[in-house]
Ligand binder design. Structure first.
Ligand SMILES: *Cc1c(COP(=O)(O)O)cnc(C)c1O
Length: 389
């Protein structure tokens, strides 16, 4: 394959672009993970990750993908045959259901049409009808990366409380963390699940569980089999700066750098930067005359925008042309919306000109691929970004 000049545009909604500062941190020589230098690093990173989740409770860090952190959340807190209430917001929610079923849990799924987020009223009603408290956990996805819909978390906590139900509350914010506001403690989440390769701007390879006291208490009597994912050995080792097995040492160097960068910019500024880019992207999509997958404006994702293709046109053919001609990767439609939707990622280490390059690539791609659309999407985004909308 011939050399392509200039940077590749990695505009899938995770993994996101890794900034040079983080790459340089990771590049340092690997050190002895049982030695004193590492223990200082570990203590630093285990403290610095807490404000990212807005928690004072422990955050367990696994050398894993996000999927591993999903599994860890369930196997540490539940017992074989326990019932969990899950909510189908899209493909990632479905994959979590599949995982839960495979490890021996009974899943009850509230179905959805992939264009809206979690309806807390439905959860409240379901919990009120569960007088015998058979449901042991409520599991939802914060930012559904397959659709670009962000669910509101606090109303779900309120629903559980209003139903006076003791179920644990688990939230996947693998793609939401560091892009959309997230508050583990204030929102009363028992286990928050995340990963390194999205808003945290790191390469793939770290999985996170932020754990409440109630979740840790549940882990002491839960019966699902676990070994690698056991919180107990992590929580016993972490205070002295140790891990029960070899951690992803170099990614932890990167994680310290990522936390410093996020705190330096200020989390609120990070969130408003994402909101602003998402709004500009949506204005472009609307100007093209295309439809956004998220049908509820108060649930528009700051992380990505899912775009519905006009009838009779294939999203993957468009993506292939954009990759070939403009060296840009866009997200594919997943699961039942494969070929029907493409996804523009605007998360992580991202600025106005990267967004304009991305939207230009999409608009040029629509033209080259012969997809019917109106011109002027890029213009609409520029007008919004410059305050002339
Ligand atoms: C990326 C993602 C996952 C899966 O994470 P992996 O690291 O691919 O295992 C799960 N849930 C959501 C919402 C995601 O965005």
């Amino acid at each position: 394959m011939s050399h392509k000049a200039g940077p590749h545009f990695l505009q899938i909604p995770g993994p996101s672009n890794v900034p040079g500062r983080i790459l340089r941190a990771i590049e340092r020589p690997t050190i002895d993970h049982r030695g004193p230098t590492f223990q200082v690093l570990a203590c630093e990173v285990l403290e610095k990750i807490k404000p990212i989740f807005k928690t004072v409770e422990p955050v367990v860090i696994f050398p894993s993908s996000g999927t591993g952190a999903w599994e860890a959340a369930l196997v540490n807190t539940l017992s074989p045959g326990d019932k969990v209430l899950m909510y189908e917001t899209g493909q990632f929610a479905n994959l979590w259901v599949e995982l839960a079923t495979r490890i021996g849990l009974e899943t009850e799924v509230i179905s959805g049409d992939w264009r809206f987020g979690v309806d807390s009223n439905v959860i409240e009603e379901r919990l009120r009808n569960d007088a015998g408290h058979k449901i042991k956990a409520v599991c939802i996805v914060h930012n559904e990366t397959s659709t670009g819909v962000t669910s509101k978390i606090k109303p779900v906590r309120d629903a559980i409380d209003k139903a006076k139900h003791p179920a644990l509350f688990m939230v996947d914010t693998i793609s939401g963390l560091c892009s959309a506001d997230y508050r583990h403690d204030e929102w009363g989440v028992d286990v928050t699940i995340s990963g390194s390769q999205k808003g945290l701007m790191l390469p793939p390879g770290l999985g996170f569980n932020a754990v409440s006291k109630k979740a840790v208490e549940a882990s002491k009597s839960s019966k699902l089999i676990r070994s690698y994912w056991d919180w107990g050995s992590q929580l016993a080792n972490n205070p002295s700066g140790n891990f029960p097995y070899t951690p992803a040492t170099n990614l932890l160097y990167g994680l310290v750098e990522a936390c410093d960068m996020l705190m330096d910019e200020g989390l609120d500024n990070v969130f408003s930067r994402h909101e602003r880019h998402a709004e500009a992207a949506r204005r472009a999509v609307k100007a093209w005359g295309l439809e956004i997958q998220c049908a509820e404006p108060t649930e528009y994702s700051p992380v990505l925008t899912g775009v519905i293709m006009p009838e009779g046109h294939d999203a993957d053919a468009l993506r292939a042309i954009i990759l070939d001609k403009f060296n840009m990767s866009l997200g594919s439609g997943l699961g039942k919306i494969k070929g029907k939707v493409f996804r523009i990622g605007h998360l992580g280490d991202f600025n106005d000109l990267m967004l304009m390059g991305t939207l230009s690539g999409v608009e040029m791609g629509l033209t080259v691929a012969g997809v019917p659309h109106k011109s002027g999407g890029v213009q609409a985004a520029m007008e919004f970004l410059t305050g002339n909308a």
